[in-house]
Design a protein around this ligand. Structure first.
Ligand code: TLP
Length: 371
């Protein structure tokens, strides 16, 4: 199976393209396809899909929680978690660069009347402690009551930064002092655990619930997991149904999730090494701005500067690199994001570096007619 299969994967991923836009572009491994083909299934809304049940138990035990829930996406996992923890109208404290704040369609506000209270994220992915301490509300009748604190590990928009167990504990403390629950958007929590060299349960132990993605670095085609206490997961399951997320023979996709958790965790270290190498190489390219020492996992951001050292437009570089087959995502904040993942080799990182170097020369050489 494997050689023609690998060739087909190559074709599906665009052949020669080196796609660094996100780890969401990962394709299922041959073992995942095989497991999906062979999966035993049943009606999961009746709790009768053995493969979904296996995945939920496996996720819960790896994270050290009582129970798990298979959901369609990270966004759904965070939404069911936020709604399960909060009463209607409760405010949710989170980072101002959190995925839950920026990129989840205002879910809690629309679905639960729950406003978000943003606290400034610091460059290291943590939160401004002083602003965090003042973010909790509800003593005064003018204020919405705070229902939940959300933390993100790794912190995507800060550059895949890792929050250790001790840091999570420290950030959770103001919520704990008020007896409030803490949820982790752990879309990439396995990257955090691998980078720290600790079991993922050590990070999960600092929070009440975790959402993590099977379909990013772990390379499953679909799905995320939510884990927490039995009572929390019972409520989350009801909300998943409300949102239309009660799937039926979902074992077909859960089977890939089981492979993701049993075979794809340790290899994340390769993605981290590739990201570090990419960052170090980029730092050598004239006109690129990057701090390679801040690259801890599989995400890095970099910028472009002009001859005077001022931030320059990233569009010419992103466009030229794409023409040469290297895809980055260009943010509207003037930064380019690169994400390493399953399917990107060390050799492809070297090729991407050569492409960036050439593209920089091309885009930064003054036009001789105008000069
Ligand atoms: N992140 C995607 C985009 O939406 C930005 C990416 O390419 O990084 N939490 C975090 C920290 C995430 O990075 C993402 C997706 C999610 C939640 C949402 O997961 P999905 O896409 O499965 O809904």
């Amino acid at each position: 199976m494997s050689s023609s299969y690998e060739a087909r994967i190559g074709a599906l991923s665009g052949g020669e393209k080196i796609d660094l836009r996100s780890d969401t572009v990962t394709l299922p491994s041959p073992a995942m396809r095989e497991a999906m083909y062979r999966a035993e299934v049943g009606d999961d809304v009746y709790g009768e899909d053995p493969t979904v049940n296996q995945l939920e138990e496996l996720a819960a035990s790896m994270l050290g929680k009582e129970a798990g829930l298979f959901v369609v996406s990270g966004t759904m996992g965070n939404a069911v978690s936020m709604l399960a923890h909060c009463r209607r109208g409760d405010e949710i404290v989170m980072g101002d660069r959190a995925h839950t704040y920026l990129y989840e369609v205002g879910g809690p506000a629309r679905l639960n009347g729950s406003p978000s209270r943003p606290v400034p994220n610091l460059a290291d992915g943590t939160l401004d402690r002083e602003r965090l301490a003042r973010a909790f509300q509800g003593d005064d009748i003018h204020e919405a009551r705070t229902g939940l604190l959300c933390l993100e590990d790794t912190q995507n928009m800060c550059g895949g930064r890792v929050l250790s167990a001790a840091t999570l504990r420290e950030l959770a403390a103001p919520a704990r002092a008020r007896n409030l629950p803490v949820h982790m958007d752990g879309a990439r929590v396995f990257n955090a655990a691998v980078a720290l060299g600790v079991p993922v349960s050590a990070l999960a132990a600092e929070v009440d619930s975790v959402q993590f993605c099977l379909s990013k670095g772990l390379s499953a085609p679909v799905g995320s997991m939510v884990v927490g206490s039995h009572a929390f997961i019972d409520e989350a399951r009801r909300i998943r149904k409300l949102l239309g997320g009660g799937m039926r023979q979902a074992g077909i996709i859960a089977a890939a999730g089981v492979v993701a958790l049993t075979e794809m965790v340790d290899r994340l270290a390769e993605d981290h090494a590739n990201a570090r190498r990419l960052a170090e190489g980029l730092a050598q390219v004239p006109g690129i701005t990057i701090a390679p020492e801040t690259v801890e996992t599989n995400i890095l951001f970099f910028g472009v500067r002009d001859a005077d050292g001022a931030a320059a437009d990233i569009t010419p570089l992103v466009t030229a690199a794409a023409r040469a087959g290297v895809l980055f995502s260009g943010g509207d904040d003037g930064r380019i994001r690169a994400v390493t993942h399953y399917g990107i080799s060390a050799a492809e990182i070297e090729r991407a570096l050569a492409v960036v170097s050439e593209a920089m020369q091309e885009t930064q050489t003054p036009n001789p007619v105008e000069a």
